[in-house]
Design a protein around this ligand. Sequence first.
Ligand code: DOR
Ligand code: ZN
Ligand code: ZN
Ligand code: ZN
Length: 392
Amino acid sequence: ERVDGHGGVLLPGFVDLHTHLREPGREDTETIETGSAAAALGGYTAVFAMANTDPVADSAVLTDHVWARGQKVGLVDVHPVGAVTVGLEGTHLAELGAMADGVAQVKMFSDDGKCVHDPLLMRRALEYASGLGVLIAQHAEEPRLTVGAIAHEGPTAARLGLAGWPRSAEESIVARDAILARDAGARVHICHASTAGTVELLRWAKAQGIAITAEVTPHHLLLDDSRLQTYDAVNKVNPPLRESSDCVALRQALVDGVIDCVATDHAPHAEQDKCCEFAQARPGMLGLQTALSVIAATVVGPDGLDWRGVARVLSERPAEIVGLPDQGRPIAVGEPANLTVVDPDAEWTVSRSALASLSANTPFDTMTLPARVVATVLRGRVTALDGQVRYR
Ligand code: DOR
Ligand code: ZN
Ligand code: ZN
Ligand code: ZN
């Protein structure tokens, strides 16, 4: 098939290391099919589906099921992320080996906070993962970690009386897990780095030769805590939007390579879970269809990334981190490829109701953003073209 690229930029297909599809358990907010459509339209050819489904993805039966569903839909490779621990309680390690050896060949494990409370559990998880050659992804976003009611930093949050969600919660876990990974000889990946202090810890850990990698979300690059003034829960996310100085530090770290890649943390939520009191609302934002444009708006430019750099942070580095063999590498002529065509000169206005996700919780609604995905190609087959999904 021939695709008119409209003179755009040809990039390797994007790889998202951090996507929440809600299947199984909350198919009213996103399914593997609707999330795959959003991913294809956003230029992605691989997404890593987080383990915090219901039931939790803590066994090969479930991780293989998620992989098979994604293949059946056929729009994007849906790689399941396995849970490090079993069930919602999460006090015991899961059979990481069985998930790694399954059909899905799980490459990354995460546990949404259980190991945050238990350094011994984290150490054992890292030792197990190290032997298997797989990666542990840490969500260092646990607010209860910090003793007492330290206010969520920043004048805005303090004035608004928002509950504690301090940067010390994130930074202390990043430091702890860097050291645990060093001693376990394991690889650890820091999800959604959100503070300038985390950037400094990553710089330190990498300088020590520790096998640590990190991602930043588009929303933490673009949005700061001034958005919280309205108490609109669309801006509630874990970790929270920080100060504008954090955004600046995160952007620079991405450009410098201290932060390896961009991951969306695409987190669909139902209207009723977002329109209640700020304190009760669920945290999370949509991200798959807006990621490229937010990156273009924040880090692409003369002092930032060129399009080669965009290929690095959206495709090549994430593929390397999880060890996807044929993603983000130069391909021979005639070989089926994963590709994304981007129009760098386009502008578009985000409309929450026009997104492919089953949910509508985008913080970018009504914003006019630069750059747009024109086409996505998965193993030589067009999965999205000019804003339309192409099913097999
Ligand atoms: O805000 C968030 N929501 N951050 C996460 O990492 C989890 C996600 C969710 O599952 O809704
Ligand atoms: Zn907890
Ligand atoms: Zn998280
Ligand atoms: Zn997440």
